[in-house]
Design a protein around this ligand. Structure first.
Ligand code: SF4
Ligand code: SF4
Length: 314
């Protein structure tokens, strides 16, 4: 496994990052015990970087996988929260420490930032993270974003250490411009010494048919320090690790068809429409409807926002 320095954070991370959204209740729904076995296999094979979020509900899976795991190379966990107030972020921090079983959470990010405006709106939460960094409770502070403007805005803030942008070979899911404009924004961020953790290299599953070329598209870019790939089976872990270690004779993984399902009991409240970062949903005829299938990256954020449990990725 190849390892990189993550910008100026001092953290050394594997090029393959274990994306923990996929195994959790928003997608495959593995139990903490099942998920921890998948993750443990990745750790045993040299993956030392795990990407999660409060929203993903996979802290238990990760804590179990870390229990008793020993390695010369420290495991780096990054998590994210939507908190925008001091109080909210203090609660998120405490929840992460308790849930992950870690006194120090290596990387803490603001989830899904769109622009300088949303960053300003989250400033009290950012201040908590910077205080936590000073106190040694986190080692690095960052943001995740699907938006080009989000990358550029975070690049201009010296105290932000890490940016997790959406980037893939076709540009699916990128907001506010093209794939190449996102690459230019990432290049700007690297000039400012930001650590870059790419997300959605497979477009949430849309690019699975072109699995190998889609992963190579991000892997060949030195400005991308690590690439988060969602994994939910030991087989997928072994396959991805082999690919990241240079094997190019591997078959394309089994295609798992995904789709969004809206149940009959949807009340048309619109919470999912507001939660979708990609504008893929509208209310039509009093119910949530996918209006832009190509824009849906199966992140499951709509399902997490639904008060009726009426929309999910299946
Ligand atoms: S949040 Fe749930 S209930 Fe509300 S519109 Fe979306 S699917 Fe329907
Ligand atoms: S429709 Fe749902 S799963 Fe698809 S991109 Fe929007 S929030 Fe994510």
């Amino acid at each position: 496994m190849e390892y990189r320095q993550l910008g100026r954070t001092g953290l050394q991370i594997s090029r393959l990052c274990f994306g923990a959204l996929t195994m959790g209740p928003l997608q495959r729904g593995l139990s903490p015990e099942q998920g921890s076995e998948v993750l443990r296999r990745a750790l045993d094979l040299g993956v030392n970087f795990i990407d999660t979020a409060e929203l993903y509900q996979t802290y238990d899976h990760i804590r179990l996988a870390l229990q008793g795991f020993e390695s010369d190379r420290p495991v780096v966990v990054t998590t994210k929260s939507y908190a925008y107030t001091r109080e909210g972020m203090l609660q998120s921090l405490e929840k992460a420490q308790r849930g992950l079983g870690l006194d120090c959470v290596p990387i803490f990010m603001l989830h899904e930032q769109e622009s300088s405006h949303t960053l300003r709106g989250h400033w009290p939460a950012l201040e908590v993270l910077w205080e936590a960094k000073k106190a040694g409770v986190v080692k690095a502070v960052g943001i995740s974003t699907h938006h080009i403007e989000g990358v550029l805005a975070a690049s201009r803030i010296p105290e932000i250490d890490v940016i997790s942008p959406l980037i893939n070979s076709t540009g699916i899911g990128i907001q506010g411009g093209s794939r190449d404009e996102m690459l230019s924004a990432i290049a700007e961020a690297v000039k400012k010494d930001k650590g870059i953790v790419a997300m959605k290299p497979l477009g949430g599953g849309h690019l699975l048919a072109h699995w190998s070329s889609a992963l190579d598209y991000v892997l060949v870019r030195p400005e991308i320090h690590s690439i988060a790939v969602g994994m939910k089976t030991v087989r997928e872990v072994e396959h991805n690790v082999a690919f990241f270690e240079g094997r190019r004779d591997l078959p394309t993984p089994e295609l798992t068809t995904r789709r969004l399902h809206v149940d009959d009991w949807c009340i048309g409240c619109g919470a999912c429409v507001n939660a979708c970062p990609n504008g893929a949903l509208e209310i039509q005829g009093g119910k949530a409807t996918v209006v832009s299938r190509d824009e849906c990256v199966f992140c499951g954020y709509c399902g997490a926002s639904c008060p009726e449990f009426a929309i999910k990725v299946i």
